[in-house]
Design a protein around this ligand. Sequence first.
Ligand code: NDP
Length: 246
Amino acid sequence: MSHLINKTSLVTGASRGIGAAIAKRLAADGANVAITYTRGAEAAAQVVKDIQQAGGKAIAIQADAADANAVAAAVEKTVATFGGLDILVNNAGTAIPKPFVESTLEEMDRVIDINLRGVFIATQAALKHIPDNGRIITIGSCVGERMGTPGLVAYAATKGAVKMFTQGLARELGPRGITVNNVQPGPIDTDLNPANDEWAAPQIANTALKRYGHVDDIAAMVAFVAGPEAGYVTGTSLTVDGGTNA
Ligand code: NDP
């Protein structure tokens, strides 16, 4: 497939997990790909290598999603390397599972800074470059719409917020043909949410399909929204959750 040929994408938080799968899929569809990471330099380099070995173009940039200067620099490096930026995927995110009454302000700030403020920061920086008919895609969560488990109050609040961020921004950017969408995963087997963890069984029970999803399930939806066939899809939340919210 080559429907993203001559397009450049930036995927935040893509050294592992869902972000790495998105980066590889966008590259397979023909896009140049820049990825960001915080600590996983080796893992990020491996993602770049995998893309290059498959014939694609990629770079990795260290940039904490909560650090506005680092994210702005990552956007500028992407543009300097590939000559533009067409597709932003706000994927970097974190959760600190614990009961709300036991959560510290620092923990809640960290979740908000990465999952919500980080989306604002990256999107503003990217919009300095994203042309008409570009794409802004955020990875929210099925818990942004319905909550089936305790222990994720602040996390769910940020994912509900990016849903409305998506709807609001779609209204502003629609006249330029730029689409803004929110892809909402359910339980996907990653370091953040391992399928063999004690938290897994209740999540599986909550799905209609009675199983975890794979990172490629999310990458496929992102690739669709990023592509030319999704030009009339904007301001929406696309849930890929095995029926968790059914
Ligand atoms: P992982 O924890 O497995 O991977 C997170 C990735 O993001 C890593 O590459 C990590 O890089 C990077 N990262 C973490 N913090 C930052 C930061 N502050 N700035 C930049 N990069 C960062 O997470 P998932 O792949 O599971 O999750 C990806 C997204 O999907 C998140 O937004 C998450 O909320 C969402 N999601 C995930 C679900 C799941 O079941 N897995 C379900 C619903 C939503 P490094 O190693 O360098 O820190």
